[in-house]
Design a protein around this ligand. Structure first.
Ligand code: RNT
Ligand code: ZN
Length: 435
């Protein structure tokens, strides 16, 4: 890092004191107080909201099957930055560093392909068992972290046609039904063991590259496959079932079987919930605008927070307007317990540990930012038609000293301030470089 830049980062005041000894946080606290905002309450609340970290940023969604199968299903991890995790020990070690650099309450989101075999051969896709996730449970328990779970219906010969649960081939459908049934069983087992429900999210790649001759048939088959999968009932204290829709995938541009409309209707009827990934909608459609609608019809909603750049590219999450707006919708509607926040991005072009940390810290920043707003007053301005003042306030709030409160939050959480990247650089030189 250039000397000037390093000095800059250090001057940004990790201990909350300026050179003159004035505490930046105390000053910020006063400024927020003028707006009726309690920074102490915001800091406390922020630390209680769970964010589920996706394990797949660490290895470009490779998993532990070691079959050499390329990532498929219309998603892509682009880049070839050295140092990706090659096995469970490396992934767990990377995750430990990542978790040590992120404030707040964390969960870990696993995919089935991260099953840990107890012999020399990798776990077969349609035969995962609960015990294959015991080492993850032990790891998570020692760190007081909950686990969420996803079946993996891609990167496998049985998904080569681009169709899984909606395939016209019964053998293929049955294979994936077996897979998802096994995964729900595992999620319920994890939920029971950890004493809090595990989120089980079904995303399938199914779609067609070109103009369909039949749109109903695949959707009918997907519905039947899901009916079969959800005919098995588990305790809701152990598993929360969600389905994740999508607009299109690479190579599957013309038709997506599991569209938003499909899953919305299906979930409502089946008594399950939906997961919204903000990379899975048309560019002018915003997840932040959808949350309130879902809150009125569903008891829970799950999110995959990501950053789509021109397509569902899964870039690292930034502290940007839509992420801030998503957080505001959660906070201003008191929906922290009903909106299950997860991250979903996979950038292979930069240090993967840094990618994880940047995105997760930005999600935390968005939550803290939303907690530092006088939502009641702003709603009143809207309801009394005082739109000029509303706009003034919304804009003025943007320049309050958020950074000082963020630094204080990190300090209280015993998390490194803005110079955290030094730790990652050291890890890259000491560990990642040798992979
Ligand atoms: C794909 C979906 C899905 C995946 C993960 C790996 O478009 O977003 O959630 O990213 O399951
Ligand atoms: Zn997703």
């Amino acid at each position: 890092m250039a000397k000037a830049m390093k000095k800059d980062l250090m001057d940004s005041n990790p201990d909350g004191l300026t050179n003159k000894g004035v505490n930046m946080y105390t000053k910020a606290q006063e400024q927020y107080k003028k707006w009726g905002i309690d920074t102490e309450a915001a800091i406390k609340k922020c630390a209680e909201i769970s964010v589920s970290l996706h394990c797949w940023q660490g290895d470009d969604i490779a998993g532990f099957e070691n079959t050499g199968a390329a990532l498929s299903g219309g998603i892509q991890a682009t880049g070839n930055y050295p140092g990706k995790a090659r096995n469970k020990d490396e992934l767990m070690r990377d995750l430990d560093l990542v978790f040590s650099l992120i404030p707040g309450k964390k969960r870990l989101n696993l995919h089935e392909i991260y099953a840990i075999s107890d012999n020399d051969s990798p776990v077969k896709r349609d035969q995962p068992e609960c015990r294959h996730f015991d080492p993850w449970l032990t790891w998570a328990k020692a760190r007081n972290i909950g686990i969420d779970f996803n079946p993996t219906l891609f990167s496998h010969p049985m998904a080569a046609s681009g169709l899984t649960l909606s395939s016209p081939d019964k053998n293929i459908r049955d294979f994936w039904i077996r897979h998802v049934k096994a995964c729900r069983k595992i999620a319920a087992y994890i939920g029971e063991k950890q004493g809090s429900p595990s989120l089980h999210n079904i995303w399938i790649p199914d779609g067609l590259k070109d103009v369909p001759a039949d749109r109903l048939g695949p959707r009918q088959r997907l519905k039947e496959s899901l009916d079969e999968i959800f005919s098995v009932h588990y305790d809701k204290n152990h598993i929360i079932d969600v389905v994740e829709s999508k607009v299109f995938g690479i190579g599957l541009e013309s038709y997506t079987v599991g569209s938003s409309d499909f899953y919305l209707g299906y979930a409502a009827k089946a008594g399950i919930n939906v997961l919204l990934d903000n990379g899975h909608y048309h560019p002018t459609e915003l997840v932040s605008d959808k949350i309130s609608s879902f809150l009125l019809s569903f008891d829970k909603i799950a999110l995959h927070v990501t950053r789509p750049v021109r397509w569902d590219s899964d870039h690292v999450v930034l502290f940007e307007d839509e992420v801030k707006e998503i957080a505001k919708e959660i906070i201003r509607n008191d929906a922290e317990d009903r909106v299950l926040i997860g991250l979903d991005y996979f950038d292979a072009s930069i240090n993967r540990v840094a990618a994880w940390v940047i995105g997760a810290r930005n999600m935390q920043k968005a939550l803290l930012n939303a907690l530092l707003m006088p939502h009641g007053d702003l709603k009143k301005l809207q309801d009394t038609g005082n739109f000029s003042k509303l706009l003034v306030c919304q804009e003025e709030l943007k320049t309050l000293p958020f950074g000082a409160v963020w630094d204080e939050y990190l300090l209280r959480q015993h998390i490194t301030g803005s110079d955290w990247y030094g730790t990652v650089e050291k890890y890259e030189n000491d560990v990642l470089k040798f992979r």
